[in-house]
Design a protein around this ligand. Sequence first.
Ligand SMILES: Cc1ncc(COP(=O)(O)O)c(C=O)c1O
Length: 362
Amino acid sequence: MNIRNLVRPNIRDLKPYEPGKPIEEVQREFGLKAIVKMASNENPLGPSPLAVEAIKENLNRINLYPDGGGYYLKKRLACSLGVGEEQIILGNGSDEIIRMVVETFLNEGEEVVIAEPSFIIYQMAVKIANGKCQLVSLNNYQHDMESMARAIGERTKLIFVANPNNPTGTMVTKSEMESFLAKVPEGVITVFDEAYFEYIERDDFPETIKYIKEGAGIICLRTFSKIYGLAGLRIGYGISQPEIVTEMNRVRQPFNTNFLAQVAAMSALDDDEHLKKSREVNRAGKDFLYRELEKRKISYIPSEANFILIEVEDGARAASALLKKGIIVRDMSCYNLPNFIRVTIGTGEQNKKFIEELDGFS
Ligand SMILES: Cc1ncc(COP(=O)(O)O)c(C=O)c1O
């Protein structure tokens, strides 16, 4: 039986998503003990300790199915964001919510406007649904919101904006977002993916939730995978109009977020100390890396998130040389940026090791 022939044509040529290499894989492959992972924009301080406590306390309840709707977590989020519970949807990571948005709204052949390069999962979700991606190049590594507005056509249904953008770390400002939204016709939903929201320090970052409260037909995505340190639990959330959330709940798997993830997420939201420390470590690490790169005349893109896009001669070569030294970073050729690596900001010690090893090979 020729299995390839059975596959839907739009899936046949889909490239599977390539995540950052897991620590254990690098240990096995290179026989190394100490590995520093700076590849997947995880929190180098680890998970929120309050979240870990909550998991321990609830371990003996995992024989029960979770509350699929995540009532208490949604209530907690709604309260802190000042929206209704019916405006929130939980996902198995924000990745799953991206899929749910596409599954709910996109008909075959309809178009989705996406920046290039941006988070690869948007394009994958659209291709799986047999939609069409309208790719709009970044301008100087930033979203070109005017060109994105011009790319909206008769068949456009969705727009994805990662803010800040992955892999560049650049952001769309409040005024750029406002003039963009004024040009988006009714019937087109814009998704603002704010996975790195908690790292933002600038005052001109848009208050996306405020536009939702004012009735804008947009979706805001956030996650517990980044600053809260819960990437392994897979939990994220979307905020939108109640009508949009109601429709998305039709495609949601009944138990899409697990019980331990829900209780951990709730406790992580209360963990102000972990949040504060994580922001401080990120700020200090960013300053250190900027300084050290500048000393070496290595170019980088200033970032609003917890990672930095760094220009090297050959990203694949740099990533592979660092890997042999036990440092996992991301080669950016899959994002059409072959002379860049993307490096997650680590702890002070990890950042220092990264710079030392970079010196060693460049
Ligand atoms: C912009 C962006 N959105 C979404 C995600 C996915 O996050 P999650 O772990 O919540 O699925 C990532 C992860 O790297 C990301 O960079």
